[in-house]
Design a protein around this ligand. Structure first.
Ligand code: ADP
Length: 481
């Protein structure tokens, strides 16, 4: 058996302790999957208010850190717990001036908050606990200060020198820009990057620049971000690191998303009992106030109503669909977001009361019933680093219809596990919708096969964790050569 690795896992979000998006899911799931592979993985995150106020199973360590910063030694406390249903240790850096606030992000001093957390995490594990990791795995800009520090100031301290790092990009849209003084605060010296304006620091760029290896959450997205269209201003730097850049799909937590065990469903089922989906369909239709028809394509969308999700091309396609241009159909959308899209969907639903319902809310109990009761699940995203909705849909036997971008392109295969379109136009989207409804209406066996292919696909964390293990070993090898 290959040797077990010591992995220091840094993330600003770790579900269930803090989650605002996909980063939290990864933070909560991937360490457990790595543990299953036999690795010694330890997680460090900030102690946000939820932790400071007392969290079951989380206790204070009898330990005070004195974190070295350009502003002197700053004290911090440490809490310790375990990731749920595992023995993976998680440490929380407690500094109530910085982290005891109602939100995770959104404050003017965010760069300082996360710079402090990053430096404190290294100080805790390496200096205080004398645990030197084989590799540091840092996620998004909030943890990039750790990578930058290790690559600069850390090189002259033998406890930290020559430590392999992996930087994972989840969301290129948030880059952590701030002023140059932050390097004084971190006690390091370095040169400017082309991506940084005069006197500016860009932590996302720094993570990409200084890490041993860089990855993102799908192979196609890893390609797309090296282009001016998808690079959010960092495509040049990403091309420069191109040899060291790869993509690993996020997994789906099969413990939570399993149609055979999901307590939120009316009827539970698996690939052998697909007919049970009908009870969920009827319950869904009843809930939505739609006629309980069978053999009519029930099309669904569960999404943040954001420009990124392709709402601009969705309106026209819904107009055609609801007016019967692909035959009879029903449509449900569950989502909240931009007022213009909420208004558009409410208006369309108003015209087509007998066919369409718009639930403009966040409803974690309704979502599973939609996955389990719908026939076609649409994700016409402008871009999508990985995407979770299509993975859940496949698992639940709803056939995804997606734009072939990012993780959607890597997981949904035209005619095999779903339907795809290439160009971000209503025309292309509509053609795919026509193909999907045509197969649904004319080829029951073919449709069923697509459902079964999707249900059989393996998008578990176990598989992703193996991909990460390979990257860790590659990063470590770089530092040994
Ligand atoms: P993103 O993280 O960009 O929002 P993903 O496809 O990766 O997109 O993940 C979206 C997740 O959020 C899915 O699990 C989806 O079911 C869920 N979701 C989105 N909107 C809602 C909503 N209004 N109610 C319930 N769940 C939602």
């Amino acid at each position: 058996m290959a040797t077990s690795l010591k992995i220091l896992f840094l993330s600003a979000e770790v579900d269930p302790f803090a989650k605002t998006g996909g980063l939290g899911d990864v933070g909560g799931s991937l360490p457990k999957a790595l543990r299953q592979l036999g690795h010694d993985v330890r997680v460090v995150m900030p102690a946000y208010r939820k932790i400071e106020q007392g969290y079951e199973g989380v206790t204070a360590l009898p330990l005070q850190l004195n974190v070295p910063t350009g502003a002197g030694l700053i004290p911090a406390g440490v809490f310790e717990g375990r990731l749920p249903d595992s023995d993976v240790p998680i440490y929380f850096i407690a500094q109530h001036h910085l982290f005891d606030r109602p939100q995770v992000y959104g404050y003017g001093d965010d760069p300082y908050r996360f710079a402090f957390y990053s430096r404190a995490a290294l100080d805790l594990m390496v200096a205080a606990l004398a645990w030197r990791p084989d590799v540091v795995h840092a996620h998004d800009w909030h943890t990039a200060p750790a990578i930058t520090w290790l690559a600069t100031a850390g090189q002259v301290d033998p406890r930290y020198a020559n430590m392999p790092t992996l930087f994972t990009i989840h969301n290129l849209a948030h880059q952590g820009r701030t002023g140059w003084q932050i390097f004084d605060y971190l006690g390091l010296q370095t040169h400017g990057l082309r991506e940084e304006g005069y006197g500016e620091v860009n932590f996302m760029a720094r993570g990409i620049y200084h890490a041993t290896l860089v990855n993102t959450v799908s192979p196609t997205y890893a390609q797309e971000i090296t282009t001016p269209m998808g690079g959010a201003g960092l495509d040049g730097l990403l091309r420069y690191r191109g040899r060291d850049l790869s993509g690993i799909l996020n997994g789906l937590d099969y413990g939570v998303w399993d149609p055979a065990g999901d307590p939120r469903l009316v009827a539970r089922y698996d690939a052998e009992r697909l007919q049970e989906r009908k009870s969920n369909r009827h319950a869904l239709q009843a809930y939505l106030g739609l006629p309980q028809k069978d053999y009519v394509p029930l099309v669904a969308m569960v999404s943040r109503l954001d420009y990124q999700k392709g709402l601009d091309i969705t309106g026209h396609v819904l107009h055609l669909l609801m007016n019967g241009f692909a035959g009879d159909a029903q449509f449900v959308v569950l989502g909240t977001g931009a007022p213009e899209y909420e208004q558009m969907l409410a208006q369309l639903a108003g015209y087509h009361r007998d066919k369409m319902t718009a639930v403009l809310a966040y409803n974690a109990n309704l979502a599973p019933l939609i996955y389990a009761g719908s026939d076609i699940f649409i994700m016409p995203s402008l871009f999508e680093p990985c995407g979770l909705g299509q993975l859940i849909a496949m698992r639940y036997g709803s056939v995804p219809l997606v734009k072939a971008t990012g993780g959607l392109a890597d997981t949904v295969l035209e005619g095999e596990t779903g339907f795809t379109f290439r160009h971000h136009t209503a025309g292309d989207f509509w053609q795919a919708m026509q193909r999907a409804t045509y197969v649904y209406n004319t080829d029951r066996a073919g449709w069923r096969q697509i459902q079964l292919n999707g249900m059989a696909a393996d998008y578990s964390w176990a598989k992703s964790a193996e991909g990460y293990e390979a990257l860790y070993r590659q990063a470590i090898a770089r530092h040994q050569s």
